[in-house]
Design a protein around this ligand. Structure first.
Ligand code: SIN
Length: 523
């Protein structure tokens, strides 16, 4: 077993992990560990852009207001204030460093997305903002000698000494060996979990292991019931749920039902640009009550040259499937897109466990409330990635030694079992833990998860067994929180409790070996 020592170890290489690494490296050595390639992350696939109040007719106060409205009473005010004020500074710093956001006549082009009262979405390469932004940060990180990257190395277990996290046990797929990363601080930036659902806009790696690892170690896990579904993912049977950016609706695209009617006009005053939970819910209802499996996006009434230029990548991608974004009706339906909750942190990415820091989608900083405002996630990565990176690097850990660690091994004949269980759970989760939930459906999911827990819940150190345990843990966290929240709020909609309830204006908190509880929202 190889032991490597660093100041900070960061698990995950999306925008949050890269940002944390960039800032941490100013104070000490940094390892970035990723189970796939450095450029595989949710951040990489972000299309729309990054929200920041940089225009003269906008302000952080207005951005704060829109974020709070979208969050439906569950945003922590202090965290949102940090997001919108420091967010603007971080974006301006990136521009200073040379990040090429799109411009016209020397001015930044600002897009519009659901729930925003102003045009404030900066984008790059038209509709490949995530790719441009993560590549930009990756290049910066690669220039820094204090940062070492490890690809195809899966983080499997957080290592604790006297209640502090002191490292992480990993499995290196290239060598088949375990690596123990010893560190003063571990930052989890492992991204989301939307691949637990059948239809997802995320890469295959978004399966929520960071949540499972932190939960096992005793971290507080918040608001897991809030899974955000993106309203407009491509719907073609047999094809991936390819994301068609909300920015397309920001430029005027319509959502049409099977009879060609703009149904969102009756549903909300902002029609297609209502907050994401409202649009996804109305599309879901429309599909449920019709013969069709999808609705349509229509851009036929818009300037086709402008659309081709602004959404070049989406246009080209659809062309490979025989669709013309500018003149065809594009079949879409919602797909799991973003984990709104996560591992609970304070404003510096610190958790309830000393030495463990979190940033990015896997964190619950309090900025997302019950429904994330579009394009706030890359901003959260920049703001809280820096805060976590700075703070983690300054952590002091007493001297300790790591002994008697059981190695993790891989038995590839168990992989089929993992894949079977993963597929089975994706079906059950999509049927019962999707946009609309009910007590009956949630309990059905929990029954199956408890059976799997009985079968696989031991402490076997085989990699596929760990993956099954992690999947079951994360699905259970979602289901338990959804069962406890007897109301409908944001992206958590209960058929049997259709209204918001004042009693649930609070964060759900789960911790190993404790009953679920609710903690007040920070004013
Ligand atoms: C999109 O481009 O629609 C995704 C943006 C986001 O999820 O914030």
């Amino acid at each position: 077993m190889q032991i490597l020592e660093f100041g900070t170890v960061i698990v995950g290489s999306g925008l949050a992990g890269l940002t944390a690494a960039f800032h941490s490296s100013k104070h000490g050595s940094v390892a970035i560990v990723t189970k796939s390639q450095l450029d595989t992350s949710n951040s990489y696939y972000a299309q729309g852009g990054i929200a920041a109040a940089i225009s003269e007719d906008d302000s952080p106060e207005q951005h704060l207001h829109d974020t709070l409205v979208a969050g439906r009473g569950l945003c922590d005010y202090d965290a949102v204030e940090v997001l919108v004020t420091e967010g603007r500074d971080r974006v301006l710093e990136l521009i200073e460093m040379g990040m090429p956001f799109d411009k016209k006549n020397g001015k930044f082009i600002l897009g519009l997305e659901g729930g925003h009262s102003k045009r404030r979405i900066l984008h790059a390469g038209g509709d490949v903002t995530g790719k441009e932004l993560t590549s930009f940060m990756l290049n910066k990180v690669k220039e820094i000698q204090a940062i070492k990257s490890f690809e195809y190395v899966a983080a499997l277990k957080l290592l604790q000494k006297n209640g502090c996290i002191v490292g992480v046990q990993c499995y290196d797929f290239a060598t088949g060996k375990n690596i123990i990363f010893k560190a003063k601080a571990v930052i989890l930036a492992t991204g989301g979990l939307s691949r637990l659902y059948i239809r997802s806009t995320n890469p295959y790696t978004a399966t929520g292991e960071g949540i499972a690892m932190a939960y096992e170690a005793g971290a507080k896990i918040a608001d897991m019931e809030f899974i955000q579904f993106h309203p407009s993912a491509l719907y073609i049977p047999g094809q991936e749920a390819y994301l068609i950016s909300e920015a397309v609706r920001g430029e005027g695209a319509w959502l049409l039902d099977e009879n060609g009617r703009r149904f969102m006009k009756e549903a909300h005053p902002l029609a297609e640009l209502a907050p994401r939970d409202v649009v996804a819910y109305n599309i879901f209802k429309k599909i449920q009550t019709s013969e069709a499996n999808n609705i349509y996006l229509s851009l036929k009434h818009l300037d086709s040259d402008k659309i081709k230029k602004r959404f070049h990548h989406i246009y080209e991608q659809l062309k490979t499937l025989g669709l013309d974004l500018t003149s065809d009706l594009i079949p879409v339906s919602p797909a799991a897109h973003y984990m709104v909750g996560g591992i609970r942190t304070n404003l510096n990415g610190e958790t309830n466990i000393s030495g463990l820091f979190i940033c990015g989608e896997v964190a619950s900083t309090g900025v997302m409330g019950a429904n994330r405002l579009a394009s706030n996630s890359l901003l959260e990565c920049l703001v809280f990635g820096k805060r976590a990176g700075d703070k983690a690097a300054k952590t002091e850990t007493p001297e300790y030694s790591l002994k008697n660690i059981d190695p993790v091994y891989v038995n590839s004949s168990n992989e089929t079992k993992f894949l079977e269980i993963h597929s089975e759970l994706a079906i059950i989760m999509s049927e019962n833990m999707g946009i609309i939930r009910s007590e009956e459906g949630i309990k059905k999911v929990l029954r199956r998860l408890n059976e799997l827990d009985m079968e696989y819940g031991g402490s076997q150190n085989e990699h596929n067994n760990i993956r099954i345990r992690n999947t079951v843990t994360v699905c259970k966290l979602i289901a338990m929180a959804a069962l406890a929240r007897e109301e409908s709020r944001g992206s958590h909609i209960r058929d049997d409790y259709q209204q918001e309830s004042i009693y649930f204006k609070a964060h759900s908190i789960q911790q190993k070996n404790q009953k679920i509880k609710f903690e007040p929202v920070k004013k």
